[in-house]
Design a protein around this ligand. Structure first.
Ligand SMILES: Nc1ncnc2c1ncn2[C@@H]1O[C@H](COP(=O)(O)OP(=O)(O)OP(=O)(O)O)[C@@H](O)[C@H]1O
Ligand SMILES: [Mg+2]
Length: 269
């Protein structure tokens, strides 16, 4: 596995979806983007605009029964990506923990796959799982099962599982969307810290403007019907960027842009 920062290129990708009445709807219009790691890139846009569709293409995950993308291409590190990419690891809103396994077994699960067995030697696997359980504050819950955990703790299990792989590309689709404000705040701080320790290319989908500014190095605003790049912002880094005058001005700019797209967005300051 390469240790160089990952580069994802979307080259004029478009996506059409057939509708039950036989018509075709264009969800993503020719969209061209270049995302470079290490950085956190936020994809922001109204519900239903096509964020998940675009993000899934980046990891080479194809919707069932539909050609994707309809036209254009995805390249990872300059190589056309036509199926699931081994360096791309995904975290979803529904944290997808196995109910029958303990926390430790859930975090270790990818290491039962041939790909990760081959990439990471056994003693290193155990070390990383221990390290991640510690980092997400679940070392004392390692033997519990998902039903015995809160939503936030379950999402920490999912985060630990993804980061134990030290992925070059981490694709996160509204991973904190189901959490209450306080838990989400804690998870955002944890993510920033964990990514600072393990820099990679993170693509993070959200429809929360504050979350985008707090986490992102770059915020790409998508328009809706079909998805296009409405704007592309670089977020200035600072100690408490979410509340700096610069961040507030940026937030207002993004909100204006989003209102221009006609969709609903959430703001939580
Ligand atoms: N496999 C599919 N077949 C048909 N239509 C689809 C398919 N997948 C997505 N769509 C449609 O494409 C549009 C964009 O969906 P997508 O899930 O990418 O939006 P989103 O921006 O992630 O929304 P949300 O913020 O609600 O998660 C929606 O109108 C959805 O119904
Ligand atoms: Mg989505």
């Amino acid at each position: 596995m390469s240790s160089a920062p990952a580069v994802i290129e979307l080259d004029a990708i478009a996506q059409d979806f057939p509708q039950p009445d036989g018509s075709i709807v264009r969800v993503v219009d020719p969209l061209t983007l270049r995302l470079e790691g290490p950085s956190i890139v936020m994809l922001l846009g109204p519900s239903g605009c096509g964020k998940s569709t675009v993000m899934r293409m980046m990891g080479g995950v194809r919707p069932f029964g539909v050609a994707s993308p309809t036209s254009g291409g995805v390249r990872i590190d300059g190589v056309p990506c036509t199926g699931h990419h081994d360096d791309a690891v995904m975290v979803f809103q529904r944290y997808a923990n196995r109910p029958d396994l303990t926390v430790r077994q859930n975090v270790s699960l990818p290491f039962t796959l041939a790909l990760w067995k081959a990439r990471v030697p056994p003693e290193e696997r155990t070390r990383r799982v221990d390290e991640m359980l510690e980092a997400v504050g679940l070392a004392d819950k390692a033997d519990l099962r998902p039903a015995q955990l809160s939503g936030g703790q379950n999402q920490r299990v999912a985060l630990a599982r993804a980061l134990a792989l030290r992925p070059r590309i981490l694709l996160m689709d509204e991973p904190f969307g189901a959490l209450d404000a306080q838990t989400r705040d804690g998870m955002q701080s944890l993510l920033v810290k964990l990514i600072a320790d393990n820099p990679c290319l993170v693509v993070f989908v959200t429809h929360d403007v504050s979350e985008a500014i707090r986490l992102g190095d770059r915020v790409i605003v998508l328009s809706t019907g079909p998805a296009r790049v409405a704007d592309d912002f670089t977020v200035p880094r600072g100690p408490d960027r979410a509340r700096s005058p610069d961040a507030l001005a940026l937030e207002q700019r993004i909100l204006n842009k989003l209102h221009g797209t006609g969709g609903q967005v959430r703001v939580s300051l």
